[in-house]
Write a protein that binds this ligand. Structure first.
Ligand SMILES: Cc1ncc(C[n+]2csc(CCOP(=O)(O)OP(=O)(O)O)c2C)c(N)n1
Length: 319
């Protein structure tokens, strides 16, 4: 069980702040979705915040992050400005992907946040390619790649782990094991459910972590990053977590027992670090203001003019 204790350090406070920002951002997105301000697919991260907050805390601004379609939390924890994330959710041109990507394609090359990817497992080769470039250029950077346990059933996962291990690439494979790939439970689709063991088959250092305990996640990510930077090659963390909400906004969520969901909610990562009441209230206020500013920004941002719609389809540079 995660330890429910008071914040002891500035790291604890920062981890709690990031988790709370992600939670409040997504709760607001649900309201905006109901009001049809946000459209299209939307996958919520609520319940899994400790993973993004803990892993991103171990990275430097030089490192890279590659994510999935459930990436609002990774983007925010990475430092992608909340205004540009919210404007992207609205499909506005001021969004980080010019409003062309929406919820599943948050992208910010300046912060080395390389998506946002709708394809299950699609980020894995991107991460391995980024890490290969870093290794060839001796840059000493880490690429953190988030993906779900469902992606481990994809051929890309096996190809990527093999190459990353063979070439000693600086990748942190951060597997978010929330036990379900859409409506399919891990044990119903995979013969071996010990995910670290599967990664270790490629001679990659791998171990499981309590993904509901943000301190445990941050400790594990720090340890893995230190080892990767020291040249030990890729590392794999199986982050055991749970999504409190359905797979996406369209999922009626009929494949899980309600009692199971309630059981996991008792381990809500946000409840693990306690702050004195006045400090928590101040933090909530700060986040609410940041969020209101982001919503106002997105509301007021102009929609891309129709004449621009065919831009960015083909290269505008003529050879
Ligand atoms: C290549 C591919 N196959 C199938 C899908 C449809 N699909 C979208 S999400 C998903 C489940 C993936 O589960 P997991 O990787 O565990 O991530 P989670 O959604 O639980 O975060 C599937 C099968 C897809 N987007 N891409």
């Amino acid at each position: 069980m995660p330890r429910k204790t008071r914040a002891r350090s500035s790291r604890d406070r920062e981890l709690l702040r990031q988790m709370l920002r992600i939670r409040r951002f997504e709760e607001r997105c649900v309201e905006l979705y109901s009001g049809e301000k946000i459209c299209g697919f939307m996958h919520l991260y609520i319940g899994e915040e400790a993973v993004a907050a803990g892993v991103c805390h171990a990275l430097t601004s030089e490192d890279a992050v590659v994510s999935t379609y459930r990436e609002h939390g990774h983007a925010l924890a990475r430092g992608v400005p909340i205004r540009s994330v919210m404007a992207e959710m609205y499909g506005k041109a001021a969004g980080c992907s010019r409003g062309r990507g929406g919820s599943m394609h948050i992208f910010d090359a300046e912060r080395r946040f390389y998506g946002g990817n709708a394809i299950v497992g699609g980020g894995l080769p991107v991460a391995v390619g980024l890490a290969l470039a870093d290794k060839l250029l001796s840059r000493g950077r880490v690429t953190a790649c988030f993906f779900g346990e469902g992606a481990m059933a994809e051929g890309e996962f096996h190809e990527c782990l093999n190459l990353a291990s063979l070439w000693g690439l600086p990748v942190l494979f951060a597997c978010e094991n929330n036990l379900y790939a859409m409506g399919t439970a891990l044990a119903r689709s995979q013969a071996e459910t010990d995910l670290a063991l599967r990664a270790a088959a490629y001679d990659v250092a791998a171990w499981p972590v309590d993904g509901m305990d943000v301190r445990a996640v941050a400790d594990a990510a720090e340890r893995a990053c230190e080892s990767i930077r020291a040249g030990a090659g890729p590392h794999f963390l199986e982050l055991r977590t749970y999504r409190f909400r359905a797979h996406s906004m369209y999922d009626p969520d009929r494949y899980r027992d309600k009692a199971e969901i309630e059981q996991w909610k008792l381990r809500d990562p946000l409840g693990q670090i306690r702050l004195p009441e006045d400090e928590l209230a101040a933090l909530e206020k700060e986040i609410a203001q940041e969020l209101e500013d982001a919503v106002t920004f997105a509301e007021e941002a102009p929609i891309e003019p129709i004449e621009e719609l065919t831009r960015f389809v083909y290269s505008e540079v003529r050879p």
